[in-house]
Ligand binder design. Structure first.
Ligand code: MN
Length: 250
């Protein structure tokens, strides 16, 4: 099926994951954590048509790698998708929030100049700060909040700012996340594995396992499984169309 946030290059054996993705016909957005990993990802993804490689700079790495934002911005004209980028306000990273914000602003500005991009965003313990940046940079494209874990109030604000959401079966194991899911707009929801960081049954989730979120979504929305699945597929088509339209702007 679909996985819109997966670190394909970080599995112990990416080549095996890539051939299994092809065998199963899963559509995958391969996010990257540094711009220097981008070319390598393109190479090993090769001609796998269902895998799109996104260019990113993970907020947890910004403390050491802020200078790589130039390389990331230089990649943006070549990519339809940006990620993983965002802000991390957890105890280990929050002292670096000012530099994380500078990096994110640069990326958003560049995306805006290029007519917008689909951007997969990290916002752990920094939802309000991420939403402030999105609000300040209208026209950045289509922000997809991955593994959103903010408050209900922050969720309402994200919805009003036009954000999309991607949820994983791992995150939906918590009732708090399921309570957020109840309120997420049906026409802006996607699924992800966040593998190999997302864990299922005590091991790294695989991209084709993102669909294990589906029965949980169906339950939250009180809809039948087949209807829910076609809804998510339709959303993915909309996302792809938006990415293509922004990319082909002059
Ligand atoms: Mn991730």
């Amino acid at each position: 099926m679909i996985d819109v946030h997966c670190h394909v290059d970080l599995y112990p054996k990416p080549a095996e994951v890539i051939s299994e993705i092809a065998r199963r016909g899963t559509y995958v957005l391969a996010v990257t954590t540094t711009p220097s990993a981008f070319e390598g990802n393109l190479k090993f993804v090769g001609d796998a048509k269902r895998i799109q490689v996104a260019a990113g700079l993970h907020p947890e790495l910004v403390a050491q790698r802020a200078h790589e934002v130039d390389a990331l911005c230089a990649l943006l004209p070549r990519v339809k998708y940006v990620g993983e980028v965002g802000l991390d306000g957890s105890p280990d990273h929050r002292t670096f929030l000012p530099v994380q914000k500078e990096v994110l602003r640069r990326v958003f500005e560049r995306a805006k100049e290029l007519g917008g991009r689909v951007i997969s965003l990290h916002s752990r313990m920094a939802a309000t700060a991420v939403l402030d940046e999105i609000e300040a940079q209208r026209g950045l494209g289509l922000p997809v909040l991955h593994w959103f874990s903010g408050s209900q109030k922050e969720l309402e604000r994200a919805i009003s700012l036009g954000c999309w959401f991607s949820v994983s079966p791992t995150m939906l194991a918590s009732w708090r996340s399921r309570a957020l899911l109840d309120r997420m707009p049906h026409d802006r929801l996607l699924i992800e594995s966040d593998g190999p960081f997302g864990l299922l049954d005590g091991r790294a989730a695989k991209p084709w396992e993102a669909e294990r979120a589906m029965p949980l979504i169906a339950k939250a929305w009180n809809m039948d499984d087949a209807v829910t699945t076609s809804r998510i597929k339709m959303n993915f088509q909309k996302l792809t169309a938006a990415a293509n339209a922004m990319f082909s702007q002059p």
